[in-house]
Design a protein. Structure first.
Length: 604
């Protein structure tokens, strides 16, 4: 009895060690290993983030396999091409690498789920690691396709369940094939008036014009739709191509129209080498002819406005492989056919906007060799009645080839016409005399001299040699002949001319911001020097009679009354004079030879 129990326990332990845990790589060693890793006899650890993953059709699933060298020697690892059960596309980023002792390296394995994969399809991929032809270990990865099952409550929802081509294999460009679509209604309402439209330039519909219709698709119902297509010959040499199918339908509960767009990827057959004896490939015969192209052009006036007279400089290059002889250029275009279709310069030219000056619109250029470039300048005028905008100006070139054939080339260039506002910035009166460090008024005015209304932005006044205030104002619309004034305040810093920079902003006919600048000058004079007379000195600078006396003080009322009574009794009633200090009037110096001494000017 004890022997039987011992044998049973031994058998269970052996089976437990022999069966690898789910999610582990197959190994060659029988020793127990920690979860998530396997170790073989060669000393190589193989682990993966997850051995089983899911993905929608068209998605790419990535596995990260980590290998570790547990030996003391360098390993030269080779990864075989992965094996898979459904021929899905599998790629490994590192097929050959070295691992030093104790080193590890992540290896990424990507599995592409085909767009035609059905729900639940599984693919098992086996990745084997070798060294010198001997397998060190392998790992098995399982990828399952999961098709989402969306639901749309209260409305129908037409989706693509699967699709395929007749015969199941790749198709050949240029040969007709039948495309099968299986659509399913994932919604909760009936889909009616279902219309499928096959579009795209790579696949041409046959028989139906590319439109298929279904009367009704019940919720959960699957319906097959067949359409014959022909791949375009331009797909030769490609391995796959895509086409789109637009599905439009209506619900039963409401009259709303729904639209879905389906993108299909179709495999193409690779071109195969034909049998039989090899034949030389025909060499196409090169066509020899000139090709005249306007490579550059410019005007000497920018921008062009109605009435502008300008020079149009044109650069003409012969890009062909033959010389162009007797080249004539027709401004405004125009070629006439004579003698059974031979083109000659002339005909109806469009010169309503740009017209030549000084010569006709027919210009002889001469011969232009192959690869050569010539320049030509023509004087033109812009019609005064032209409206602002972009105008296409046609140029026709008529020339002969080396074999005498008459050819023509038409070129079109674009020129822009602006109608900028014509305004004048000036003083509306004489600003007068300015002095330094004194605030002065600058009487400015903007006048519209054009023939149409000008819409202007801000008017701004600035100066680098003075302080300007009240210097910004919005102008707005000015009628022809209208004006707008601004009284700016300027305080000059120093004498001399002061420049006032006046700018007016606006938007041109092509919605680009522009600015009109004008500089006005004003002369600043020096401040005058005023000299006051010395106290007691007359305005002319001479002392009064009797010498320099300080001015008398003002009498009070009682002093005048007192002088009145003094006069009644015969006393001196003259106004009181201020006392003069002795030092102000030194004694007069005698004059040699006699005579009256002159009064002496007081000191101070």
């Amino acid at each position: 009895m004890m022997k039987a129990k011992f044998f049973s326990v031994f058998l269970l332990v052996t089976l437990w060690l022999a069966v690898p845990a789910a999610g582990q790589a197959q190994v060659l060693s029988e020793a127990p290993q920690p979860p998530g890793q396997t170790l073989n006899t060669a000393g190589l650890d193989i682990s993966v983030d997850n051995v089983s993953k899911t993905g929608q059709p068209g998605a790419v699933v990535t596995y990260v396999v980590t290998v570790r060298n547990n030996t003391d020697a360098v390993m030269n690892i080779n990864v075989e091409d992965p094996e898979n059960t459904r021929d899905w596309t599998v790629l490994v980023d590192n097929l050959k690498f070295q691992l030093g002792p104790g080193a590890e390296k992540p290896v990424r394995v990507t599995v592409a789920v085909p767009t035609v994969a059905l729900d639940g399809h599984e693919n098992v991929t086996i990745v084997r690691f070798q060294e010198d032809g001997s397998e060190l270990g392998n790992i098995s990865l399982t990828t399952r396709a999961v098709v989402p099952q969306p639901t749309a409550p209260g409305r129908p929802l037409i989706m693509l369940d699967s699709y395929g081509v007749g015969g199941g294999g790749p198709i050949t460009p240029g040969q007709e094939f039948e495309l099968r679509l299986t659509v399913v209604n994932r919604g909760q309402d009936f889909a009616r008036n279902v219309v499928l439209t096959f579009g795209g330039a790579d696949f041409l519909p046959v028989g139906t014009g590319g439109i298929r219709s279904l009367n009704e698709v019940d919720p959960g119902e699957k319906v097959n739709v067949f359409q014959s297509l022909i791949p375009s010959a331009g797909l030769s040499g490609q391995t796959f191509a895509t086409t789109t199918v637009t599905v439009s339908y209506q619900g039963l509960a409401d009259d709303a129209t729904y639209t879905e767009t389906l993108t299909l990827t179709i495999n193409l057959a690779k071109p195969q080498a034909g049998g039989g004896a090899a034949r030389p490939t025909p060499t196409p015969t090169a066509v020899s002819r000139p090709q005249l192209v306007v490579s550059a052009y410019s005007t000497d006036i920018d921008p062009l406005q109605p009435g502008s007279i300008f020079n149009l400089d044109i650069e003409i290059r012969n890009l062909g492989n033959a010389d162009a002889r007797s080249v004539s250029m027709v401004l405004g275009g125009g070629v006439t056919s004579v003698d059974g279709g031979t083109p000659v310069p002339g005909g109806s030219s469009d010169l309503s906007t740009f017209a030549p000056l000084g010569a006709s619109n027919l210009v002889f250029l001469g011969d232009i060799p192959a690869g050569a470039t010539i320049t030509n300048s023509q004087r033109l005028i812009v019609n005064v009645n032209a409206a602002p905008g972009a105008y296409a100006f046609k140029l026709s070139f008529v020339f002969d080839t080396e074999k005498g054939a008459r050819l023509t080339n038409d070129q079109v260039i674009t020129m822009l016409i602006y109608q900028l506002p014509q305004i004048e910035i000036s003083f509306y009166r004489d600003p007068g005399v300015f002095f330094p460090n004194q605030q002065n008024i600058v009487p400015l005015q903007v006048t519209n001299l054009g023939r149409k209304t000008a819409v202007l932005g801000n008017m701004r006044v600035a100066s680098t040699t003075g302080d300007v205030t009240n210097n910004v104002i919005f102008v707005g619309a000015l009628e022809p002949g209208g004006f707008f004034s601004l009284d700016a305040m300027v305080t000059p810093f120093q004498p001399g001319p002061i420049d006032l920079e006046v700018t007016v902003s606006y938007t041109d006919d092509f919605n680009l911001p522009r600015v009109i600048n004008q500089v006005l000058s004003v002369e600043v004079m020096e401040n005058p020097i005023i000299e006051e007379p010395f106290p007691g000195e007359t305005e002319g600078g001479f002392p009064p009679e009797g010498g320099f006396l300080p001015p008398a003080g003002e009498e009070t009322f009682w002093q005048k009354v007192l002088r009145f009574f003094k006069g009644l009794v015969g006393l001196d009633s003259a106004p009181a004079q201020p006392e003069v200090p002795v030092e102000m009037f030194p004694p007069p110096e005698p004059i040699p030879g006699g005579g009256e001494p002159l009064p002496v000017r007081p000191k101070g």
